[in-house]
Write a protein that binds this ligand. Sequence first.
Ligand SMILES: Nc1ncnc2c1ncn2[C@@H]1O[C@H](COP(=O)(O)OP(=O)(O)OP(=O)(O)O)[C@@H](O)[C@H]1O
Ligand SMILES: [Mg+2]
Length: 343
Amino acid sequence: MAKQKKERKFIAMDFGSHSTRIYIEGLGIVFDEATVMALNTKNRKILAIGNEAAKLVGKTNNSTRLEYPLKNGVIANIEVLKEFIGAALGQYQDDLVGSIMLIACPLSVTTLERKALVDLVKNLGAYYVQTEDDVKMAALGAGYDIFEPTGILSLDIGAGKATAGAISADGVISYKWTKVAGNALDEEIVKYIRARYNMEVGVVTGEKVKINIGTLIKTKNPLKIKVFGREVVSGMPKEIVLTDSEISKLVQVCFGNLTVLITSVLEDTPNELAGDIIRNGIIVTGAMSGIQGVKDFFEDFFEIPVKVAKNASTAVIDGAVLYKKKMLQLMEEKIENKENLYN
Ligand SMILES: Nc1ncnc2c1ncn2[C@@H]1O[C@H](COP(=O)(O)OP(=O)(O)OP(=O)(O)O)[C@@H](O)[C@H]1O
Ligand SMILES: [Mg+2]
């Protein structure tokens, strides 16, 4: 009996400094976990990846080490990233073989690094692979028609980086990115607690404070959070209560930096397109846009429409899924023109 031809699956991937998301056609988002690996220090054997590995933050010992493939928005170590992606995709080998795959990449990822990633998934069995800029996928995933020849500003505020890009006709016309994003704010909160309360806490606590009481608006009733740590000098356990007004300055500075970023992109954008952006506005994605008051903050500053995506934390992967149709077209064109599928 003739063997039935296997259907090509579409796979999309968004590797972020905080979380990696993988979508497999027919299965949905199969992986949405921390971008970290726990390794055996002696033989580099992978002990855990994703959320399981993240549980070990601050709890590693001599035989276990955590490795982060991405730091501050850039690939810290391409070999580590390849190991991580290989492990995350490993259990979906059947779907991967013969698949069509889109990898959403930060704009900081170089052509050489993109090629290394394409080669990796190709070696794992993918048939056709393409990389696309994550800030463009974010706008598409948030519901904007990126194929129209009219401009919009896409602002993605993640953990390791925030990117602002002027998008039009399926291209990123101008962009800027900064390391001042979620992780940087966590670190500022840690520094504040140390300086103000002589108390040592880790970045996990800094993140908790940011998510629970970080806001850009003046709240009627103060938001509060209990924080545990250690007295800097004595090392004794200590507990304090923080309020939103204490850390609002840090949140304001972080978002103030983003206004500078956007202004700089607008300055680099051709006049016509900048005019479109004034009308169409800014679309904000990335989990950091969960901070209260983001829409009003940017609207007050720029006086243009601002929309915070409902699917802010999955907008990149959602956009990558929507990009499938365009990718198939490109693939067909390459096949027709007998071009190399991997260039
Ligand atoms: N409700 C929330 N309010 C504020 N910040 C949040 C909230 N939820 C998550 N975050 C923060 O958002 C950041 C993660 O965002 P996201 O998942 O978009 O990043 P990423 O895609 O992994 O990283 P990047 O795109 O920067 O490489 C973290 O700093 C996290 O603490
Ligand atoms: Mg991201």
